[in-house]
Design a protein around this ligand. Structure first.
Ligand code: SAH
Length: 412
């Protein structure tokens, strides 16, 4: 069968996962003679001519073909993007109804898991932050901004490219600001704003800080931690702006020592403790119960005495950036957790997380078993946790399960 020039053919044996709706196609899976010269929407068929999906081909992307729609009569044009954005936002209806009370920060678009490759969007009160990490989403950004504007009428939309992907996606590092859907240049630095998660307040300047300024994927896990900290001495190893620390204080811990390699994060944590004390969310004794230190978590774990902590939290950054760095990352996760298991008191609670998408849940668990063995400890899993429900895991795209967390009891 002859294929038209506007169809990309998948090589025999490489089509199976794509029929199961896996969205990524690398160059080794495509018939090179069917590849178009310029970027755009293409029909994708199997080697024997069966329709698989509509995809976006762009040879300059590190994932040259991204499948978008598996329905032949539903081609991903601008209207498709607009509709997909709207559907993704509307799936978070329950979060919007909570906006006026305890939580006003959550994710409304979670990339491929919401069928929108390279696109993430978070709500911060009245501001929306969009992060673009793929060329296809960059191309469609005006449509995305328009769709969000039309639905939510935010005070401002801030859109930026993800610096971690700019080099491999051949994108520029760019920040754009939109008001009423129109791009503008802010006259002055944006003012600090307050966001709320689960009744706790955080100060942030929109458009700054790591990730999108706040890690809302840990919302449920922070709440779980609170159940274990009454009267405990707590160690928060990679505290950032204090997500877990603030919950430990609210949960009635005796003391919490927080550490982060970023001085900025440590300052922000302390001002967040003050903010919550001032607002009456935390008791004023919280100020004497917390220390915040700029320090490397590995060095800190080596230097602290044994049996000083009842509860320890390890929420390191993505140690495996790519599949290539997976083996060295596993070793780093193993050492980190081994050190904590050695230092924690007998019967202590270890909350440990990995946000590396390339490290599978089973493999993280295996790594933790190695740590336990080397620390000479018996370890019980009390809770198996993941990412917040506004960061869904798409069944056909296992890579979207990136955050794994366990609450463990360490018995020596
Ligand atoms: N637990 C935080 C999020 C942690 S994100 C929350 O609930 O919001 C990971 C943090 O690890 C970042 O703040 C980063 O600055 C910090 N970090 C990175 N490398 C580190 C290191 N070697 N030692 C300590 N902190 C580190």
């Amino acid at each position: 069968m002859s294929l038209g020039a506007d169809m990309i053919a998948i090589l025999e044996g490489k089509e199976r996962n794509l029929f199961k709706h896996h969205p990524w196609v690398f160059s080794g899976a495509m018939d090179a003679s069917t590849l178009p010269a310029s970027a755009g929407v293409e029909k994708v068929v199997s080697y024997d001519g069966r329709f698989i999906a509509w995809g976006w081909y762009d040879k300059d992307s590190h994932i040259p073909l991204r499948l978008l729609s598996w329905k032949e009569d539903d081609m991903p044009d601008s209207a498709w993007w607009e509709r997909s954005v709207r559907e993704s936002v509307l799936r978070r209806k329950s979060f919007f109804s909570d906006m006026s009370s305890s939580t006003n920060v959550f994710r409304i678009i979670h990339g491929e898991a919401d069928l929108l490759p390279g696109l993430v969007a978070d709500v911060y009160g009245r501001i929306v932050r969009i992060i673009v990490s793929a060329r296809v989403a960059w191309d469609m950004r005006e449509v995305v901004v328009r769709a969000i504007e039309g639905l939510l009428h935010p005070q401002m939309i801030i859109l930026n490219t993800d610096s971690a992907f700019c080099a491999i996606e051949k994108l520029h590092e760019i920040v754009e600001y939109y008001q009423e859907g129109v791009r503008f240049t802010p006259a002055e630095k944006l003012a600090e704003m307050r966001i709320r998660e689960d009744g706790i307040y955080y100060g942030l300047v929109p458009g700054t800080g790591q990730k999108s300024g706040f890690y809302c994927d840990q919302r449920e896990n922070r709440r779980r931690l609170e159940q274990y900290v009454k009267d405990a001495v707590v160690f928060d190893g990679c505290c950032y702006t204090g997500g877990f620390t603030l919950h430990a204080l609210r949960g009635g811990c005796r003391k919490v020592d927080a550490f982060d390699s970023s001085a900025d994060a440590v300052h922000r944590l302390l001002s967040n403790v003050h903010l919550n004390v001032d607002l009456g969310v935390l008791p004023s004794s919280s100020l004497e119960r917390v220390t915040a230190n700029k320090a490397d978590v590995f060095e800190t774990l080596r230097s602290i005495p044994r049996n000083a902590y009842d509860v320890m939290i390890l929420d390191p950054p993505k140690l495996a950036q790519t599949i290539k760095s997976l083996e060295s990352a596993k070793k780093a996760y193993k050492d980190l957790n081994r050190l904590a298991m050695e230092k924690i008191r007998n019967g202590g609670i270890l909350m440990t997380c990995s946000c590396s998408g390339s490290l599978k849940r089973e493999d993280f668990r295996t790594v933790l078993a190695w740590s336990a063995k080397d620390a000479g400890a018996e370890v019980q899993i009390l809770e198996t946790l993941g990412q917040g429900m506004d960061h869904p895991v798409r069944m056909s795209f296992p890579e979207s399960e990136y955050l794994k967390a366990y609450i463990l009891r360490v018995i020596k």
